[in-house]
Design a protein around this ligand. Structure first.
Ligand code: GRF
Length: 207
């Protein structure tokens, strides 16, 4: 079974959706480790509750990003992970980390990329006045939220929406498409060709 690491900085509701998907058998992969740059991240508590190893690598303990990332790599490679899953991990990753795990880092972003990359995507969407927003899963490259797109889901922006109400509507879809993207990956059904991600059809069930 493939092994994944989930990196979190906060509440970890996406982590929870991935844990639930592995426990129900929807996603046939093992979460080998949950890692956070913040020891107070609730995602770590979620991991421990489910018997998943939880590690903390505090970015403030390192002299620069490179030293921090070298430690991240050492910890993750110690668990021999096949894929690094970013789930609200609030640190920018440099080419050092991204090159080490080339095409093996997945992220979820709360907007329809390439619109509204970076932080406060829900607020950016509201401020711009779009009628629809949503979420995007993608592989991570050296830019900010610029890597090849795997899945997207669209939600309406409704009159009177706040960052919170729109964010909650988007989050519900995040909890659907992140496990789905991971399932496609775990089944070997994702092919990356330049910017484009091809999703291979499901194999017919054996008679
Ligand atoms: C989500 O909105 C995700 O799209 C973004 O960070 C947030 C993490 O939420 N990258 P949670 O910690 O998974 O609840």
């Amino acid at each position: 079974m493939k092994k994944i690491a989930v990196l979190v900085s906060g509440g970890g509701s996406n982590l929870q959706s991935i844990i639930d998907a592995t426990e129900s058998g929807y996603l046939r992969a093992r979460i080998a480790v949950v890692l956070s740059n913040k020891e107070e991240a609730f995602g770590l508590t979620r991991a421990r509750k489910h018997g998943i190893p939880a590690e903390v690598v505090r970015h403030g303990d390192f002299k620069d990003r490179e030293a921090f990332e070298n430690r991240l790599i050492a910890v993750l490679d110690g668990y021999s992970v096949d894929l690094v899953v970013l789930a609200g991990f609030m640190r920018v990753l440099t080419p050092l980390f991204v090159t080490h795990y080339h095409h093996r880092i997945m992220n979820i972003h709360p907007a329809l990329l390439p619109s509204f990359p970076g932080t406060h995507a829900q607020k950016q969407a509201l401020d711009y006045g779009v009628r629809f927003s949503g979420c995007t899963t993608h592989f991570v490259d050296e830019g900010t939220d610029t890597g090849p797109i795997i899945l997207q889901s669209v939600v309406p922006v409704l009159p009177g929406d706040t960052e919170e109400s729109l964010g909650a509507r988007i989050l519900k879809e995040e909890h659907r498409i992140y496990p789905e993207s991971l399932r496609l990956w775990s089944e070997g059904r994702i092919l990356i060709e330049g910017r484009n991600v091809m999703i291979l059809p499901d194999k017919p069930a054996e008679a």
